[in-house]
Design a protein around this ligand. Structure first.
Ligand code: IFM
Length: 437
């Protein structure tokens, strides 16, 4: 088996709004992110995803890059408003054609397509009807899942429902840092959390009926440490919100005690049964450890960088051992209920530039990835069943509220020309995949 179990998959991840561009082409209508980016002060560099990496036009070049890299799998997301542009929900064939071509090209290059149905770009028409505050948005999501599954279901290798429910819930609906920019209190905001979970459950139900491929849930984890002595309660509550609020209902059909009463008004009979439908893989997105401090605001805590760590350009603390802790901790907490794991995202932002010889050297990213792969193999040796590792991301891309100011790619993108330049981390990952050690 070498350092990795047989069949272990190395991959890459991206998402639709962050790379596609072509925001008004072939019938696509705005998502909440198109709307949000247009509000002054929301995005650090005032940018939008209108063009992004122009992947909608350059997808063949991007697939060729991945083929050259040698990855086993590629995690992409589908843009809902490309597929169902209007409230009627009628499928948009041109939008579906794009993903169909992409999936075919991946398969021709022996790269398994891993398709996430929703990576935060809710159609504006769904938001206008109430978005995730409404329970029946889960029904709209199930209808959308059925449309995508009917078109791609014969070729997608693995399906995933919603990327990082916590971030979409918290940044989009509590703090307002992400689209749709809402600042709901916790009592209302937890309704959003429940409806996202319902949408996940409904999509799993639809996919089980339509496709014969494995399904993966994907959430993010960050160990939470108190920023100072008085912050223990805040850190514990943050741990509930990020690390348990979404995981416990999906994996064991219960809400954490700390928030169960607040969720009761939204929860109907059999909801939790639906949400806890069995999965084939559990995706772990991991970037850092967080320090948490108590603040006197409606959401009474905030995340800060912990002292004593190297920070990436995002200000996130680099802690490979935190990944081992998360992976081993999941196995310890959920035991038999935990499906095989996949590290479905990790990566780092650094200010990578093209040098005078036209090269892009990113030694900090190589160090980061090597250390995190090492941390994952420590968990494998401790007996955790881990089946894959996906780097975030193939390309430098639109990093949400940070716009184009954070570069996460193995491939540098010149956003004025679209030109792609593989970085030294690309060559390093290529060699790792080739030698599998
Ligand atoms: O860019 C994001 C991605 O969309 C979700 N996971 C974290 C990445 C880095 O912030």
């Amino acid at each position: 088996m070498g350092d990795f179990p047989d069949g272990f998959q190395f991959g890459l991840a991206t998402s639709a709004y962050q790379i596609e561009g072509a925001a008004a082409l072939d019938g696509r209508t705005p998502s909440v992110w198109d709307t949000f980016c247009r509000k002054p002060g929301t995005i650090a560099d005032g940018s939008t995803g209108d063009v992004a990496c122009d992947h909608y036009h350059r997808w063949a070049e991007d697939v060729a890059l991945m083929a050259d890299l040698g990855v086993d799998a590629y995690r992409l997301s589908v843009c809902w408003s490309r597929v169902q542009p209007d409230a009627g929900g009628a499928p948009n064939e041109k939008g579906l054609d794009f993903y169909s071509r992409l999936v075919d090209a991946l398969l021709e290059s022996a790269i398994q397509p891993v398709v996430t149905l929703f990576h935060w770009d809710l159609p504006q028409w769904v938001q206008d009807a109430g978005g995730w505050r409404r329970r029946d948005t889960a029904d709209r999501f199930a209808e959308y899942a059925a449309v995508v599954a009917a078109r791609l279901g014969d070729r997608v290798g693995t399906w995933s429902t919603i990327n990082e429910l916590f971030e979409h819930f918290a940044l989009g609906h509590l703090t307002g840092e992400h689209a749709p920019g809402l600042t709901l209190g916790l009592a209302d905001g937890l309704g959003v959390a429940h409806h996202l979970l319902l949408a996940h459950g409904r999509a799993v139900q639809v996919l089980r009926g339509e496709v014969d491929a494995p399904i993966m849930g994907i959430t993010s984890y960050a160990p939470a440490v108190p920023s100072a002595d008085g912050d223990h309660t805040a850190a514990q509550f943050y741990d509930v919100l990020q690390n348990r609020l979404f995981t416990e209902p999906i994996l064991q059909g219960t809400y954490p005690d700390e928030v169960a009463a607040l969720l009761a008004p939204f929860t109907r009979d059999r909801d939790l049964e639906l949400i806890a439908a069995p999965l084939d893989y559990w995706g772990v997105n991991y970037y850092s450890v967080n320090a948490v401090r108590a603040v006197d605001r409606p959401i009474p805590l905030e995340v800060v960088a912990p002292a004593g760590y190297h920070l990436t350009d995002s200000g996130w603390a680099v802690s490979p051992s935190g990944l081992t802790d998360v992976l081993v901790g999941l196995r310890e907490r959920y035991g038999e209920k935990l499906p095989p794991l996949v590290v479905s995202e990790t990566g780092c932002a650094y200010a990578d530039t093209i040098d005078a010889t036209g090269q892009c050297h990113d030694p900090d990213r190589v160090t980061f990835l090597a250390a995190h792969i090492d941390a994952m193999t420590t968990a494998i040796r401790a007996g955790v069943d881990i089946r894959g590792f996906y780097v975030w991301s193939l390309l430098d891309n639109f990093e949400w509220a940070q716009g184009y100011t954070r570069r996460f790619g193995l491939v540098h993108v010149d956003f004025s020309t679209g030109r792609r330049t593989p970085k030294s981390s690309f060559t390093w990952y290529q060699s790792l995949i080739d030698t599998r050690s």
